[in-house]
Design a protein around this ligand. Structure first.
Ligand SMILES: [Zn+2]
Length: 237
């Protein structure tokens, strides 16, 4: 399979006759298909970055190919493409399908192993390689990377959501809606994503009930546009 995964070619191979830009920006993506889902058309918001367009197309292809999703039209708004914000299981399933299609686990792990220890720069590089957004790449990195890593997604210093890998054993003390920790350099207006900072663990982690907590948590932050930030957390194991 070539990388970036040729999502439009795959869609055509699966029976999608056309992949085209939506006439309005009311939706992120849409699928119109026949009732046995042998033929269909995928539409996407063409004003979005290419990484987002690819994800939207893969998400609509998920609606087309998941056999129990039997409808002849799907219209998906921004929230539906958000793995944590979608209201229905069908939307979550279509996005999971898209993440698996664009970042196939085996290929992703192969590339990830070449890059070594956790670094935001590695996530950026993997995103460039697979043609996926930083957000989805970071989630996948944490989920399948095998590191003691977590990622905090924020906007205007307020936590949007967090993702913890299975080897990050301690619960975060920040959750959706909280401010980023006062002492954390992630609060700064700008900074260098290559810089690591270390912080007393209690700023990020809940009081431990089981495993002995680390003394320090290391963090790196990527400053994106419009107040969006991605903060990578790890500790010594
Ligand atoms: Zn959808």
């Amino acid at each position: 399979m070539p990388v970036p995964i040729p999502v439009e070619d795959l869609a055509r191979a699966a029976g999608i006759e056309e992949v085209k830009v939506l006439p309005s920006e009311q939706f992120e993506g849409a699928l119109i298909c026949d009732d046995v889902k042998s033929r269909g058309v995928i539409l996407y918001n063409g004003s979005r970055p290419r990484t987002r367009q690819r994800f939207t197309i893969a998400h609509e292809l998920g609606h087309f190919l998941l056999p129990w999703q039997r409808r002849t039209s799907f219209e998906c708004v921004s929230k539906d493409l958000n793995l944590t914000g979608a209201d229905t299981d069908w939307e979550v399933q279509a996005s999971r399908f898209a993440a698996e299609l664009l970042l196939p686990q085996r290929l992703f792990e192969q590339e990830l192993r070449k890059l070594g220890d956790p670094e935001l720069a590695n996530i950026v590089q993997l995103g460039d390689y697979f043609g996926t957004s930083i957000e989805y790449t970071a989630r996948r990195y944490v989920e399948v990377g095998g590191f003691a890593c977590a990622v905090v997604f924020s906007k205007d210093n307020q936590v949007r959501y967090t993702v913890r890998g299975e080897f990050f054993e301690h619960r975060l003390c920040v959750k959706k809606g909280d401010r980023l920790p006062t002492k954390s350099p992630s609060r700064a207006a700008t900074g260098d994503p290559e810089d690591w900072a270390s912080l007393d663990a209690h700023w990020w982690l809940q009081e431990a009930t089981g495993a002995q907590p680390p003394e320090e948590v290391y963090e790196q932050t990527l400053w994106q546009d419009n107040g969006y930030k991605v903060t990578l957390l790890t500790y010594d194991v």
